[in-house]
Design a protein. Structure first.
Length: 193
């Protein structure tokens, strides 16, 4: 009989995100993901990583990866057709991004995404927006998360029902997004450790 510990190996995507299991509330009956709102990768997969905040799409009631925390990383001139953002990994062509600068509001439909340069393309914009005052929001509810996924899932074959937690203590560094003050404020049931 062998009593020595055996070395463990970690399966890709099977890392621990829970900081504590003391108080955890899973969502009941799961949530249906709109696969068209999950970006395609180079292999044709639509992967939702473990630890991804999910937001409810207002029109359909289905869910998509959280798109909040978007910000301009360079100024956008009037009549521009592109903008460079801090993150485009959770956006898809067809998403509507609303630019706001304190005075003007302009919704723009994304026509192309360059993940390498983090650039989105759209029809010509009317007003100028700067990194200091250019606020970006999503028109479909994508910037209002309701739960965080607990397993990695590939939804390339169509809409998929997934599980997650709405109350838990999670390890921030292991989540699929950068945890900022806005995400913390939008998810009061999650304690980010």
């Amino acid at each position: 009989m062998r009593l020595q510990p055996r070395p463990l190996f970690e399966v890709e995507g099977d890392y621990e995100i829970f900081a504590s299991m003391e108080v955890v509330r899973f969502i009941t009956n799961g949530a249906t993901v709109d696969y068209t709102k999950v970006p395609l990768d180079a292999d044709g997969n639509r992967i939702i990583k473990k630890g991804t905040p999910m937001a409810k799409i207002t029109a359909s009631g289905k869910y998509r990866p959280y798109t909040g925390g978007l910000a301009l990383t360079s100024n956008v001139a009037a009549s521009a057709t592109t903008a460079v953002l801090n993150d485009v990994s959770r956006l898809v062509v067809g998403d509507i991004v609303t630019f706001y600068n304190g005075t003007n509001t302009e919704p723009k439909t994304i026509t192309a995404i360059n993940a390498g340069t983090k650039t989105i393309s759209f029809t010509a914009i009317t007003n100028a927006y700067t990194t200091a005052n250019g606020v970006l929001t999503m028109a479909d509810g994508g910037d209002t998360p309701t739960f965080i996924t607990v397993r990695q899932t590939n939804v390339k074959d169509g809409d998929h029902v997934i599980g997650g937690v709405e109350v838990a203590k999670l390890i921030s560094a292991r989540l699929a997004v950068t945890v900022d003050a806005a995400l913390k404020a939008k998810m009061p049931g999650i304690t980010f450790a």
